[in-house]
Design a protein around this ligand. Structure first.
Ligand code: ATP
Length: 331
């Protein structure tokens, strides 16, 4: 077998319709609650992992070396893959995000899904989708869902084995989404820190843990009957409730800006005008707007009419993580 292992993988970001907010085990990345998302067909991460003889791992994002915690987050993840494969070669990781990094636009989801597939393949592992989802989860919880096409549910589980995502069939439900880019800068409070502070200090967090499983069941039922109105209504309500838990933290975690609120108003107005759409927001100011797949272009146009200076990324349901090239390394 060749000693040269290398693989390139591509993964799309996913946006949660029932949110993941809060870990009950930080080492294993086990969430307090299950979540559900739409994997998009836009703005992927492409990551190449190559085994090397160099003394240290090299991690490049957008062509520049990562440093500090961003780097160690990747090298610790590679340590997990090395342990799984029973190997100890160093690697070069070369990753490119199409979406702005760390702006609440799910770069860590596409980033760690692509890394999980590329690294496991380069080290000669052939993981099934569930094992890959569990591995991706260790890099970033939401990455567990970007392994799958379209709608995915991440089961909270109670240990490393039982916490994984899987695809949710959605016949007759064609979803679209327009991501708005109001501010592409990295946020000042990472998702990780925002979650931790909410779990540790918000008196509203226990209500979130109690209520989210009910909303997840409602969402799954709405998807099964292809009820777009119910899917959108539950998604918007769930996002507002997540942000309510953060506003109750000490000090409060607030990712919204004035432009976010203007967009929330715009969504309500468009809906009043008969363009059915719903807002969701994550750990950042950028509002994502859910609609029917055939309404994406009209929605993007209407948003730009109202807010000509912002960026928009139109998207529909997309594919899960996949390999572009691979030459697995033999041990
Ligand atoms: P985002 O803010 O992009 O939606 P997130 O909400 O999950 O992601 P964080 O948990 O703060 O936010 O993750 C952002 C971090 O993820 C970045 O600062 C970077 O360290 C890491 N990251 C993003 N993309 C990649 C990538 N392609 N490869 C490795 N690490 C990445």
């Amino acid at each position: 077998a060749s000693e040269e292992g290398s693989a390139t993988a591509l993964a799309n970001p996913n946006i949660a319709l029932v949110k993941y907010w809060g870990k009950r085990d930080e080492a294993l990345i086990l969430p307090w609650t299950g979540s559900l998302s739409l994997t998009l067909d836009a703005a992927p991460t492409t990551t190449t992992v190559r085994l090397t003889d160099a003394p240290d791992d090299v991690v490049l994002l957008g062509g520049r070396p990562l440093e500090g915690t961003a780097r160690s987050r990747v090298t610790r993840f590679i340590d997990l893959v090395r342990a799984l494969a029973g190997r100890d070669e160093r690697v070069t990781v070369d990753s490119h995000n199409e979406i702005p990094t760390g702006a609440g636009l799910a770069s860590s989801a596409s980033g760690f899904a692509a890394l999980a597939l590329a690294a496991s393949t380069a080290f000669g592992l052939d993981l099934d989708r569930r094992a890959l989802s569990r591995l991706a989860r260790r890099g970033s919880g939401s990455a567990s869902r970007s392994i799958f096409d379209g709608i995915a549910v991440w089961h909270a589980g109670h240990d490393d084995e039982s916490s994984f995502a899987e695809a949710v069939p959605a016949p007759g439900l064609e979803l679209g989404m327009v991501l708005t880019v109001l501010d592409a800068r990295a946020k000042s409070v990472s998702s990780r820190d925002g979650m931790r502070r909410t779990v540790d200090t918000s008196p509203y967090y226990p209500a979130w843990v109690e209520r989210t499983p009910v909303e997840l069941e409602e969402m799954l039922a709405a998807i099964t009957r292809a009820d777009f109105t119910a899917v959108g209504t539950i998604a918007e309500r769930n996002a507002m409730r997540m942000h309510a838990t953060m506003l109750g933290a000490e000090p409060p975690v607030r990712y919204w800006g004035p432009a976010s609120v203007e967009l929330l108003d715009l969504v309500a107005n468009l809906r009043g005008d008969g363009l059915e759409c719903y807002a969701t927001m994550d750990a950042g100011p950028n509002v994502k707007i859910l609609c029917r797949a055939d309404a994406v272009d009209e929605l993007a146009t209407r948003i730009l009419e109202a807010q000509p200076d912002i960026g928009v990324i139109p998207a529909r349901a997309g594919r899960g993580a996949r390999l572009i090239t691979s030459e697995p390394g033999g041990s």
